[in-house]
Design a protein around this ligand. Structure first.
Ligand code: RIB
Ligand code: CA
Length: 312
């Protein structure tokens, strides 16, 4: 059984990813850590509680950092709705957030059971960076670390065209994280925005899933439907881009990856147009040990099946 600790900023695609992970027979989500990102921490935390309640699993939710380490980033309410879950105005009926701060809870769990957990980050890396500053040995305590973030050839999705949202939301945090994993001689399994676009899900398939009629698919439809009717997200597109679900497919079924390359990745924190860029040393010119395993190819049909399995 793969034991997952999930750091997230729900977020419509975060919700979709949580549905996938919690339906997978070989995986167990043992804690959710929320971070500000797509929307503010109050909403991402409330949304995490709502999602956990909707799936009926007893997963503790710990609230983490409200804002980036140094500079406030832009949010993504234009994608996810002002409440972060499609403006469906869902609220948890009874579940309460834990009192322990997320970075503290993360360190407590991985220190008590080193090399037991897969850490997954599908939002800005602020909580992970803070945990690293509290305990620099964090990488040695983590079995696998999978990150949804970056744009490995600078085709991002933010106002800084080279930057992807999770990295651009807190570049300083991302720098701390990539640097620490490199110094520890460990690899971040990196699922970037460009892979997300390559493995977009055909709208026809999404329409089938919305109509499955199960409790989970109805929740998926409710929180996602605002995304489906937004011209800014659909015009000229034939596919739904599902960044966090792609990352969770890599987490719950590593065999779905058919090609990955280990490279040294740096995060740009300066630059008018490049702040938040994940700069990849593709030709190993710096002679630095790799700190990232860049996921380049996956079995698309397997990814789609894992997504669908999360809705049944
Ligand atoms: O760039 C995509 C990422 O930004 C996803 O994690 C999405 O939820 C947003 O946080
Ligand atoms: Ca996210």
């Amino acid at each position: 059984m793969q034991r997952i600790l999930l750091d997230t900023d729900p977020g419509v695609d975060d919700a979709q990813a949580i549905l996938m992970a919690t339906a997978h027979a070989g995986s167990q989500v043992e804690a959710i850590f929320t971070v500000g990102g797509n929307v503010g921490i109050e909403h991402t935390t409330r949304n995490a509680l709502t999602i956990v309640e909707a799936i009926g699993q007893d997963i503790p939710v710990f609230a983490g950092c409200e804002s980036a380490l140094v500079f406030e980033g832009e949010d993504a309410a234009w994608v996810h709705g002002n409440d972060g879950l499609g403006d469906a105005n869902l609220v948890p009926q009874s579940r309460q957030v834990e009192t322990e701060f997320a970075p503290t809870a993360l360190l407590r769990m991985v220190t008590a059971e080193p090399d037991a957990f897969t850490l997954v980050a599908i939002g800005p890396l602020t909580n992970i960076a803070l945990a690293l500053r509290m305990d620099p040995t964090l990488p040695s305590k983590i079995k696998r670390f999978v990150v949804m973030g970056g744009a490995v050839t600078a085709r991002g999705n933010t106002s800084n065209v080279a930057a992807e949202f999770n990295i651009f939301a807190d570049p300083e945090a991302a720098h701390v994280v990539f640097e620490a994993w490199g110094k520890a001689g460990k690899l971040i399994e990196l699922v970037d925005w460009e892979a997300t676009v390559r493995y977009g899900i055909p709208f026809e398939k999404v329409a089938e899933w919305r109509a499955l009629g199960t409790k989970r698919s109805t929740f998926f439809d409710t929180v996602s439907n605002r995304s489906f009717d937004r011209p800014s997200l659909t015009e000229g597109r034939t596919k739904m881009f599902a960044a966090d679900p792609l990352a969770l497919a890599v987490v719950i079924e590593p065999d779905c990856v058919t090609h990955a390359e280990d490279r040294f990745v740096m995060v740009e924190t300066g630059g008018t147009y490049s702040r938040g860029q994940t700069v990849v040393d593709w030709d190993s010119r710096l002679k630095q040990e790799p700190n990232a395993r860049i996921i380049l190819k996956v079995k698309a049909e397997r990814f789609f099946q894992l997504f669908e399995d999360g809705l049944k």
